[in-house]
Design a protein around this ligand. Structure first.
Ligand SMILES: Nc1ncnc2c1ncn2[C@@H]1O[C@H](COP(=O)(O)OP(=O)(O)O)[C@@H](O)[C@H]1O
Ligand SMILES: [Mg+2]
Length: 282
């Protein structure tokens, strides 16, 4: 694929010398960066990463929107909403609601969410029947660029129509990688898909970075996988590594990001660090 490097532009809104950027009163002054959190493997930490990154940057004062595009609706529930919200992202994708109508506030200041629900699974069948369906999410969000500083998509565990919609609408892809055996399996396919979408549908799209999740630095396997990742993807790995941490695992059952459930836990600390890197990259 072509250059997947991070773009660091001079309009970096993480620069604290630009006070308007962290002001919810004047959100239209900020540029928006849209991140798709994607990996077609399930259980690698996509939802956990999307929810906690969104919570951290929101807490830092940036108006932030999390769009749940996984029919499992784990991000929706992890932010304290139910799987029975209406309207949802499904209604937006089939043209029955707008993003504004589907947007809900959360308990976290500056963080809004567009919920998902199990019926979103139907979109995998319905979207391919609609001409030009790859751009529905991008078009729906167009008028919201500028309203939020950051938008995150929590993608489903596939490279199907929903993930394609996310990648077409996104500026960058964040790839959570669990440092386990088979961690690298599928990464080539994922990077190929990003390259294809970049060429065909969204020239802006780049890899924002790979983040190691559920890392257990005491095991030989985890450190071997880390070495492999550093060898294969130099420059693409975030410095911050997310440790395996029970507080992270239990936070969703409280409907909260770990950064609110237990801000002093190792998991929360790691997500705060990752969020700083993300904000610095703009
Ligand atoms: N750093 C972590 N430490 C412990 N458990 C984690 C951590 N990250 C994720 N988990 C747990 O692992 C499971 C899969 O994570 P999840 O974010 O839902 O993955 P995905 O969205 O890729 O399927 C969930 O039960 C989650 O709570
Ligand atoms: Mg998930």
């Amino acid at each position: 694929m072509s250059d997947p490097s991070h773009q660091s532009d001079s309009t970096d809104a993480a620069d604290s010398s630009r006070p308007a950027d962290s002001s919810a009163e004047n959100p239209n002054s900020a540029q928006t960066t849209i991140y798709a959190v994607a990996n077609q493997k399930g259980g690698v930490g996509k939802t956990t990463t999307a929810v906690n990154l969104a919570a951290c940057v929101a807490e830092a004062g940036y108006p932030t929107l999390l769009v749940d595009i996984d029919p499992q609706a784990n991000a929706t529930v992890g932010l304290g909403l139910s799987k029975q919200e209406s309207p949802t992202i499904y209604d937006v994708l089939i043209g029955d609601a707008t993003i504004a109508q589907a947007t809900n506030a959360t308990e976290i200041e500056n963080l809004s969410v567009v919920p998902s629900a199990p019926d979103l699974a139907g979109a995998n069948v319905e979207l391919p029947r609609i001409a030009g369906s790859e751009t529905i999410l991008r078009d729906a969000l167009e008028s919201h660029r500028g309203q939020y500083r950051f938008i995150f998509f929590d993608c489903p565990p596939s490279l199907g129509p929903l993930t394609v919609n996310a990648m077409v609408a996104a500026d960058r892809v964040i790839v959570p990688v669990q440092t386990e055996y088979y961690a690298l399996e599928g990464l080539a396919d994922l990077l190929d898909t990003v390259g294809l979408i970049q060429r065909e549908l969204n020239p802006r799209l780049v890899i924002g970075g790979l983040v190691m999740t559920m890392h257990d630095g005491r095991t030989r396997l985890a450190t071997d996988v880390e070495d492999e990742l550093r060898k294969h993807f130099p420059g693409l790995l975030f410095e911050s590594v997310i440790p395996r941490n029970v507080r992270v695992a239990e936070a969703p059952s409280f409907g909260k990001p770990v950064t609110h459930h237990d801000p002093h836990s190792a998991g929360a600390g790691a997500y705060f660090e990752l969020a700083k890197e993300v904000a610095l990259r703009g």
